[in-house]
Design a protein. Structure first.
Length: 102
């Protein structure tokens, strides 16, 4: 699909930014751009140069490949990913693993 890689990069930037508790403004400041630029990147509306991709990855503390790789949601009951040390059913992703324990 045309533009799918742009949307994948945008989703990954947003996901990683939110996991790091960063606002769009904070991340935009780190890379020397305005918040509206970052918003358009996260929505997949802006073509990124490789240099910009590298700068964003470095600012987020990830390898640039992590921004290019589509994230597939785990099946219910499966670990959330390689960093999921507490296993399936944990409250960090209740929408995927079922209800959070009370």
């Amino acid at each position: 699909m045309d533009g799918e890689l742009q949307r994948t990069v945008g989703r990954n930037i947003r996901r990683i930014r939110l996991a790091g508790d960063l606002s769009q403004e904070d991340l935009a400041d780190r890379i020397g751009h305005h918040r509206t630029y970052l918003g358009s990147v996260e929505r997949g509306e802006h073509d990124l140069s490789l240099r910009s991709l590298e700068r964003l990855a470095a600012s987020l503390g990830v390898d640039p490949v992590a921004l290019l790789t589509p994230v597939v949601a785990p099946a219910p009951g499966e670990p959330d990913g390689p960093g999921d040390l507490d296993g399936p059913g944990d409250p960090d992703t209740p929408d995927l693993d079922g209800p959070a324990p009370s």
